[in-house]
Design a protein around this ligand. Structure first.
Ligand SMILES: Nc1ncnc2c1ncn2[C@@H]1O[C@H](COP(=O)(O)OP(=O)(O)OP(=O)(O)O)[C@@H](O)[C@H]1O
Length: 344
């Protein structure tokens, strides 16, 4: 994943090859996200029966929830090839040309972080998405002329952590939008068990559940925790992941009972310790933590918001009573007439 922002340790893929090894290969192997799986199965069947390319698809959601997984499963289902690139790698229209000219009939072009593609590239891709055609300008000034080139019919799959940053003409050109949300604990426990089996490691059901509870609702984090606990079990015991082994390994990795990791706790400590629990703007929190604001809003905050450790207000982020107690602080008295006007 070519990101320029600093990724939090656990949401970043530590090893892309490792991610690929654990990735489901078929839609039926995808765990959770069942509504999306059903809709995509219908789109795949229709595409096969009608002999039409799959409609362009946009996946959005926080990192590590399976956007790349879905993008790589679909070509397998359709029996077509896939080319992969990312928004930051496409700085000018010419960067897209090799991908567009290599397309095969019905094949897939996957653009990760599509919101980071410059507007000029976006505009270049519109006719490709609509009419399978691109307009290339040759020469400049008085001598400039445009030639049109037909392309093979293809499917564009875009992935973004920030669908709000896509221009609406771009968003509207995707006929299927799938928003991926955090996974439930039982879904993550199944992912942990399936992946432990793929790695040839024995894990008890209770240990799989413990890992799931401490994985911030995110399969990629569950995988990272599984790798760590597996190494811990091999080094400190007989290689079998039992509940005590899982707990000891997670304690050592400083992952707490709520699944919060070092970076989450640093965020909450900053909000509580420096800003008195808020409200504080994301830019101010980011500057204090010495991290890009994008990292906070894309990777740290979605889980803290969903689990109600923090809330967003028009004046900035505010720690909830749960956020205060998770960090060992006494919650503020929200009914106090002095606190309320300060908060909202
Ligand atoms: N629905 C799922 N079922 C089973 N495993 C999954 C699922 N979603 C993700 N995973 C596991 O999590 C790993 C990370 O997922 P993936 O790389 O697809 O996330 P992503 O949303 O594309 O992240 P990013 O946006 O950071 O690239 C995969 O290698 C796979 O092992």
């Amino acid at each position: 994943m070519a990101r320029e922002t600093v990724l939090t340790q656990e949401s970043a893929s530590e090893d892309p090859k490792r991610d690929a090894a654990l990735r489901p290969k078929h839609l039926r192997e995808v765990i959770g996200q069942q509504a999306a799986v059903q809709r995509l199965s219908i789109a795949v069947n229709a595409s096969k029966k009608l002999r039409e390319p799959l409609a362009h698809i946009l996946f959005d959601g926080p990192p590590g929830l399976g956007k790349t997984t879905f993008a790589t499963v679909l070509p397998t289902e359709l029996g077509v090839s896939i080319q992969m690139t990312s928004g930051p790698a496409l700085s000018k229209p010419a960067d897209l040309l090799p991908f567009l000219t290599n397309l095969e009939e019905g094949s897939i072009l996957f653009i990760d972080e599509i919101h980071r593609m410059p507007r000029v590239v976006e505009e270049f891709i519109y006719p490709a998405m609509e009419d399978f055609r691109i307009d290339i300008v040759l020469g400049d000034g008085m001598n400039a002329r445009t030639i049109s080139m037909n392309l093979k019919r293809f499917t564009l799959i875009g992935a973004t952590t920030r669908s709000g940053m896509l221009s609406s003409p771009m968003r509207d050109r995707f006929r299927i939008h799938e928003h991926l949300d955090f996974y439930t604990v039982p879904e993550l426990a199944t992912i942990v068990r399936v992946n432990a089996q793929k790695l040839g490691t024995q894990i008890s059901d209770e240990a799989a559940l413990e890992l799931a509870q401490r994985s911030r609702g995110t399969p990629r984090i569950a995988n990272n925790r599984l790798y760590w606990v597996r190494h811990f079990a091999a080094s400190e015991s007989d290689g079998i992941i039992t509940l005590p082994i899982a707990r000891a390994a997670l304690e050592m990795a400083e992952v707490d009972r709520d699944g919060l990791d070092k970076q989450d706790r640093r965020y909450l400590e900053t909000l509580l310790g420096v800003f008195g629990g808020g409200p504080a703007g994301v830019e101010a929190i980011a500057a204090t933590m010495n991290l890009p604001a994008d990292t906070l809003s894309d990777e740290i905050e979605p889980y803290l918001l969903r689990e109600q450790f923090i809330v967003r207000s028009p004046r900035g982020r505010i720690a909830t009573p749960r956020g205060f107690t998770a960090m060992g602080h006494t919650p503020r008295d929200l009914s106090s007439p002095e606190t309320l006007p300060r908060l909202f």
